[in-house]
Design a protein around this ligand. Sequence first.
Ligand code: DC
Length: 209
Amino acid sequence: MIIAIDGPAASGKGTLGKRLAAHYGYRHLDTGLIYRAVAKAMLDASAALTDEVRAAAIAQALDPGMFGDPALKSQAVGEAASVVSALPRVRDALLAFQRSFAAGPPGAVLDGRDIGTVICPDADVKIFVIAEPQVRARRRALEMLGRGEAADEAAVLADILKRDERDRNRAAAPLKRADDAHELDNSNLDIEGGVKAAIAIVERIRAAR
Ligand code: DC
């Protein structure tokens, strides 16, 4: 079984994906980390983020071993990831890796922006996670404070809105709810509530088979 989770920045997709994967004993891929890894390599090399040939070469040679680098979580890297992920050649270079991850046994949960629309259009379950921007900004700011980083909630909100706008309006694989995705609004749910709601969606689909 493949579970595809998409949604805007800081909507809780990553946490939900991890928890669903643990619940079902599946593997989990936070695809945002892939774009963040490409972006960080571009920043480290002081390369222009719009240099598509260079970014695509980095994407092609990406080492999944670096996805655990805590530096990938910063706001600056997230913003840069939103820019490099709009480059079609970067997306093309990362497509096969994501599809082969999804196809491996015993099942997989992938979260991102285009999982249900482009990477795994035939996923068994598609969930589109949303939450009010202010709620997302508050959660992200708390997360940053928890890591010992400074966090200005208003600045985090502005960053989230800018990123959503860019991710939704790009030509290549924009952030979009797949027609057959189930919407999960977690504005008023805590993590446990969101996980429960997602499991209920998966179980409904399994029972209908
Ligand atoms: O989910 P995240 O914040 O870690 O993602 C960082 C950026 O990467 C996001 O702004 C857009 C891009 N991204 C993407 O284009 N496609 C994905 N499947 C995942 C992330």
